[in-house]
Structures are given as C-alpha cells and as structure tokens.
Write a protein that binds this ligand. Sequence first.
Ligand code: SF4
Length: 210
Amino acid sequence: MTDNDISIRSIQHYLYCPHRWGLIEIDCAWTENYYVTKSDIMHERVHETGTYSSRAKKVYTAVSIYNDLPEYRLYGVADCLEINKGLYSLVEYKPTKPKTLDYNHDDLMQVFAQKICTDHVFGCVCEGYIYYADVKKRIKLPLCEEYAKYDRELKDLLAKMRENKKRGIIPPIRKGQKCSGCSMKDLCMPKLKKSKNLKDSIIELLENEE
Ligand code: SF4
C-alpha cells in the first residue's frame, strides 16, 4: 500500500463532509458518537469473515477488495458478497433507511467504489444493494445502469482527495453543510468557523463558559 492509495471508507467521509475528511485524514482527528457506534456494532457483526451457503447461493462476509489500476488505487472491505448462479451481488448494511429516499447518494457512491474493486478482483460485473436493518429491506442501486456517470464522479472525487492530501489542505466547510449527527461537531465547532468575526466568537464562548 502507498500514500496514494485511498480507502473506500475515506470516500464516504469526503462525500459526507470534505471538511470532516480533512480533519480525519490531514489532522488525524477522530471522535465517535451514537450514530458511529451503532453503525460500528452492526458492521462488526457483518465483518466477521465467513462463508455461508444455501442451495445455489454462496455468501461471503467481510470481503477484502481492491483495485490497483492507476486511475483508482482503491481498497476496502465489502460487508457482504453473494454469488448466486454466477451472478455477483454486493450488499452494504445500514442501520437506518433515509426518511424520504430509497438511499443516500453518498452510500450509493460507497457501494459503487466497492463494485469497482470487486469487479477488478473477481472479474465479474456485480450488482449493488443496500440492506436497511430498521425496515429489514433491501434496495437495489442503479450501479450498472448508470455506470459511466458514477465512474466519472468517482474519478473526479479521487483526484480532488489526492490533491488535497498531497498539499495538506483541509477543505473549508461547504455552504449548507448539515452537521446534525456528525461525531466531530464538538471538535470542529462549525458555527465558530463560519462566523465572520472569529475573535469575538471565541471571547463570547469563553465568557459563556465562566
Ligand atoms: S461538524 Fe459539520 S462541518 Fe464540522 S466536520 Fe462535522 S459535518 Fe463537517
């Protein structure tokens, strides 16, 4: 592995909030909260490496995957890979289904990055699904149908991440960034950073603490 390699997990961090990615990757900061812990517990269950078979279907959990082509240089672990009569399917486990959507775009891109690695390792053309634990439902993602679009997006994203990493840049907080549920909120202090007069904000914060 080289400094140029990118983990699939860090793609998800970047998509959720580029500033958060920078705090983790450049500043080496990390804090956890309820959402992170809940998701980790769920993934721990899935991430015990194993193989299960039922009739024609084989199910592999915690599958290590990579793509070492220069345009990707990606690696990670897929929650679950099913092989059924020669058809490969990735299944990513999520604790909670989004309220108004079938899936979040960030989650789709995470599974797409897994697909790029899985297709490379196994020489297949796999489908991708998200399984939501709260509603016990599996949703199919349009990874093959929209392959060219997501591939372009992934390559652009990887180029941006590499450039920022090389130059040690923590991207600024995005306009309209949603912070509720972010485990890094206390460390990041987004309101303070967005404030025009940082000095006044720090003084106000200190005064409130007294
Ligand atoms: S608190 Fe908001 S701006 Fe800061 S890292 Fe989290 S999501 Fe990003």
